[in-house]
Design a protein around this ligand. Structure first.
Ligand code: PLP
Length: 393
């Protein structure tokens, strides 16, 4: 019999199990909503990125259905061959207006937008100055670019400046940060990093995945929130989280976008979105502009839930956003807390190494604008009960 050459993968999984890091996928039985059913259990859902409840918004649903009726289910090609539909162009124009930039390009995901952009804009003679907690898609893009990667301590713009100061001025240097960090919910040091970029003539890039639809006027993101229009050369946003659908986009100058049309590999070598996705994203921008109360409600819920967790004595870290971690230390304890909450009827995912540092394992919570006060109070009561029984508080 042939020996299994992939045996080491099972060994690796065994080791994850031994460390309490093995993850079983929770299966969503119904729709992605604030109160829904996973694994056939009815739960208050604190694990999605569906900040504004748009995954099931009637206007998005209808737009997707109508686009499917009139344009079919697939685009049938990559953008650069036969897969650019009029609706893809409409979405890019609409996003550019929304973001107040010359142009945008839409990618299949936020991951593809980051990885495809960083890897094509820079080359092996260049430098990337990156926050240590930047998203995996930035790290992968940076590696693919073959540029030299210089990592600065989290949010430490002084350290970033010290790095940049030492770099040759005749090389391209890109400073990059997340707008909102997905595991801690804190904001990148945007204003200070923009100052460094201005002083030294660096390219400035921000990944606003968790800020899109959440920060800034009508959810325009952290560049708008901090008043940095015109100072960030490359803005990445996602259509997969608060926007409720799927995709990522890059916003900036017309020349930069045209360059990405020619060089970004996910744009060139991977099929474009189905028309339903583009149509639903267009409807989502309408909703962001016409229903600002959704964002207001998101922030009310955020304040209520975050202060509730803090009053109970949980360590919620340094979050400034609707992402509130409950930091417990060991991964095994985080998974236990998550499992016990699930038994109570609350889904808050446990997260451990390598997604976060080994001693910073946590249960991550994200509220949405569609959670009711009763649902959030129920979740707080469950956290109190389970947190006490496990000795977390
Ligand atoms: C900071 C950050 N950037 C980018 C992404 C990728 O976005 P998408 O889910 O649209 O691929 C994520 C998603 O997890 C994220 O948290």
């Amino acid at each position: 019999m042939r020996a299994d050459p992939l045996r080491y993968l099972s060994d690796e999984l065994d080791s994850l199990k031994a460390q309490g890091l093995y993850r079983r996928l929770r299966i969503l039985d119904g729709e992605q909503k604030a109160h829904t059913s996973f694994d056939h259990r009815s739960v208050v859902n604190l694990s999605s990125n569906n900040y504004l409840g748009l995954t099931t918004h009637p206007k998005l649903r209808e737009a997707a259905l109508e686009a499917t009726r009139t344009r079919g289910v697939g685009s049938g090609s990559v953008r650069t061959i036969a897969g650019t539909m009029d609706i893809h162009m409409q979405l890019e124009r609409r996003l550019a207006e929304f973001k107040h930039t010359e142009a945008t390009v839409v990618f299949q995901s936020g991951f593809a937008a980051n990885a495809g952009t960083v890897s094509s804009v820079l080359g092996k003679d260049d430098f990337i100055i990156s926050d240590e907690l930047n998203h995996a898609s930035i790290i992968d893009g940076a590696r693919l670019s073959r540029a030299t990667i210089k990592v600065f301590p989290h949010r430490d713009a002084k350290a970033a400046r010290a790095i940049v100061e030492e770099l040759p001025r005749d090389r391209r240097r890109l400073i990059i940060t997340d707008g909102v960090f997905s595991m801690d919910g804190d904001l990148g040091a945007l204003p200070e990093l923009c100052d460094v970029a201005d002083e030294f003539g660096c390219i400035m890039m921000v990944d606003d995945a968790h800020a899109s639809g959440v920060f800034g006027s009508n959810g325009r993101g952290t560049i708008d929130h901090f008043g940095l229009h015109g100072r960030v050369d490359i803005q990445v946003g996602t259509l997969s989280k608060a926007v409720g659908v799927l995709g990522g986009y890059v916003a900036g100058s017309r020349a930069m976008i045209e360059f990405l049309y020619h060089r970004a590999r996910p744009f060139l070598f991977s099929t474009s979105h189905p028309p339903a996705v583009a149509a639903a994203c267009l409807a989502a921008i309408d909703v962001l502009e016409s229903e600002p109360q959704l964002i207001e409600r998101l922030w009310e819920n955020t304040r209520f839930f975050k202060s509730g967790l803090q009053a109970l004595g949980f360590n919620t870290g340094v979050s400034d956003s609707p992402i509130t971690p409950v930091i417990v230390g060991e991964a095994a304890l985080a998974m236990k807390l998550s499992d016990a909450l699930f038994q109570e009827g609350v889904f808050a995912q446990g997260i451990g190494f390598p997604t976060v540092a080994r001693d910073r394992a946590r249960v991550r919570t994200i509220v949405t604008s569609t959670h009711t006060r009763d649902e959030l109070q129920f979740a707080l009561d469950s956290f109190a009960k389970v947190g006490r029984s496990l000795g977390v508080i």
